[in-house]
Design a protein around this ligand. Structure first.
Ligand code: SER
Length: 595
């Protein structure tokens, strides 16, 4: 392993101590599963749990805060396997909630990097917002860097694509930023335009200072926040590697325990199959933290539970790639728990849950895989060396038994066979198209026609769905919807009868939303974006769809749906519940009218 200039825990402490010394209160990491923020699935940045305070609420610890926040970013899963993309990571952050602004923030970052880390200022560069969409060029940031001694060739102006951060979901605090980079002087400029945005490897981003003075509204416009905030974030793992001159984070103490164990069990070396080793190590760490979170969840087919399931199943497949068929997930998770339990006590507290859930999921998935293996063996028996496994079989293995194409191809190769991968791709595309159409139909929510009456009832269904969730809990989910010109019928998961008192509140709240005359707007986005934004109405087969329509009713509700809807809620008229009854086990039904 690498010889370190600064250890991992030492680095964390140096950061927290520095900001504590500059008047910041040290706060604990919040949960990975956002508690009051429906706009994202996981905590992806340190600022997320602080949104209410960035918007103006008083934080009990004061207006200057610092912490190390657990984060999960699933957008990068496909890139995991390179030397730096991580699903789980820790983020160092410091915040000003309406206290200091640009000058102080930049000066503190500069002092920390050059005085505490002793980085030669000549090896630093920064990017600055150039001005766009009515927000002016950030000259204050420019002047501040200049006053600290930066020369013009250390400063780079870019537009929103590079120098604007947030909001984390679809709406919320955001603003221009200045990103700080370390320059690798051993790499010459790749062109005359070479700069931090060109990804040639000369510049490594380490710190992002966001000047959050704007709020993105549901209708896409920006308004000024009541206070000027600073939100900075620095990926701890990346900083640790950069400071210590390490190019591959997987060769550090953070992952090496897991990798060494994998080497021991598989008899292979990390260098033999770097990408597979990295994926296992990354996914096991992320899965352990999701299960072991204070709001930890079990694998499932929806939302966070589904991401977790994908992480675990991908790990199992990757284990098989390096010939590990023993059930070792719990052992790998124990290595992660032992390594992190001092900083994250929840992992120790939830040790049994983590290990049990991993074991259960491994058993479940192995059973599915072994049935699939029996299927493929039957096919193989009938074939001769050099033959091709047809696309229908390959697709069935994927669709029914969860075998990705590469998995089938590998098994085929072992038997001297090939797979019709082109045919598989065609079936896959066909399947995706079918699910997209099916899903679009589903999102229509049973809307048979789009007369004025049914359109009103359709928008009302969205309001009712949200009101029920707010009142009865987030586990309430749409199970069915049917609309005629006379009434809406809405089925939803809920274990018991909704009491008359609760129904009266539902009726009152729906009417209250209607009378606020909220605008209804639509935006098309990818499923992941919709999920991130906290849209409800996501179905289990969601990953097969490329673009979905998301309808927002003011800032009240956001739901995936095919439309159509009224333009303003006051068009709906008075809402009245006609009946509440059981639909099937665990599903209740409400019939209601408007007018
Ligand atoms: N929110 C910003 C980021 O995630 C800075 O913390 O980069």
């Amino acid at each position: 392993m690498n010889k370190l200039k600064i250890g991992y825990e030492e680095l964390k402490q140096m950061y927290l101590d520095f900001f504590k010394g500059h008047g910041h209160a040290v706060i604990n990491s919040a949960s990975l599963i956002p508690e009051n923020d429906p706009t994202v699935l996981f905590t992806t940045a340190g600022m997320q749990p602080l949104v209410p305070y960035l918007l103006g609420a008083k934080h009990p610890a004061g207006d200057k805060l610092t912490d190390v926040q657990k984060c999960i970013r699933t957008g990068d899963i496909a890139e995991v396997g390179d030397r730096s993309h991580l699903t789980f990571f820790e983020m160092l952050g410091n915040w000003s909630l309406g206290s200091y602004f640009k000058k102080e923030s930049i000066s503190m970052s500069y002092e920390f990097l050059t005085q505490v880390f002793k980085i030669d200022p000549k090896n630093l560069a920064a990017t600055i917002f150039i001005g766009e969409d009515g927000v002016p060029k950030d000259m204050e940031t420019y002047e501040t860097w200049k006053s600290l001694g930066f020369t013009d060739d250390q400063l780079f102006f870019y537009g929103k694509s590079e120098n604007w951060w947030g909001p984390a979901g679809l709406t919320g605090p955001c603003g221009p930023d200045t990103e700080i980079f370390i320059i690798d002087q051993s790499k010459p400029k790749c062109s005359d335009e070479c700069g931090p945005a060109c990804n040639c490897g000369r510049y490594t981003e380490i710190w992002n200072n966001v000047f959050m003075e704007y709020n993105k509204n549901p209708d896409g416009t920006f308004s000024k926040l009541t206070q000027k905030n600073v939100d900075t974030g620095m990926g701890l793992e990346r900083l640790f590697c950069t400071i210590n001159g390490i190019s591959d984070v997987y060769t550090t103490e953070l992952f090496w325990g897991v990798i060494e164990h994998l080497e021991k069990v598989s008899g292979k070396k990390y260098e033999d199959d770097i990408i597979t080793f990295r994926r296992i190590a990354d996914h096991v760490r992320a899965a352990t933290f999701i299960l072991g979170d204070e709001n930890g969840i079990a694998p499932s087919n929806t939302e966070q539970g589904y991401v977790l399931r994908r992480l675990i199943r991908s790990t199992i497949r990757n284990l098989k790639k390096i010939d590990i068929t023993d059930f070792i997930l719990p052992t790998l998770a124990e290595i992660v728990i032992n390594q992190y339990k001092a900083s994250y006590v929840e992992l120790e507290k939830r040790r049994d849950f983590i290990l049990n859930e991993l074991q259960k999921e491994e058993l479940l998935f192995n059973r599915t895989i072994s049935v699939g293996l029996r299927e493929i063996n039957k096919v193989i028996e009938k074939l001769q060396k050099g033959d091709v496994i047809d696309s229908t079989t390959a697709f069935k293995l994927y669709d029914t038994y969860g075998f990705p194409l590469e998995f089938t191809e590998e098994i085929a190769l072992e038997h001297g066979l090939k797979v019709d991968s082109k045919g598989f791709d065609a079936l896959f595309a066909e399947h995706q198209e079918k699910s997209r159409k099916g899903a679009e139909k589903k999102f229509k929510g049973g809307l048979a026609d789009s007369s004025e009456e049914t359109t009103k009832l359709h928008t009302t269904t969205h309001i009712l769905h949200k009101v029920l969730r707010d009142l009865l809990g987030d586990h309430v989910a749409q199970k069915g919807s049917n609309i005629t010109a006379e009434r809406l019928r809405f089925d939803f998961s809920f274990e018991r009868k909704v009491t008359p008192e609760e129904l009266a509140i539902v009726e009152e709240r729906v009417n209250e939303v209607i009378s606020r005359d909220l605008p209804v707007s639509m935006e098309e986005m990818s499923f992941e974006e919709a999920q991130k934004a906290g849209a409800i109405g996501l179905f289990a087969n969601k990953y097969d769809i490329e673009k979905v329509k998301v309808y927002s009713i003011g800032d009240f509700s956001m739901e995936v749906c095919g439309g159509p809807h009224v333009e303003h809620t006051a068009e709906i008229g008075k809402f009245k519940i006609l009946k509440e009854e059981s639909s099937s086990a665990g599903v209740r039904r409400i019939k209601a009218s408007v007018g």
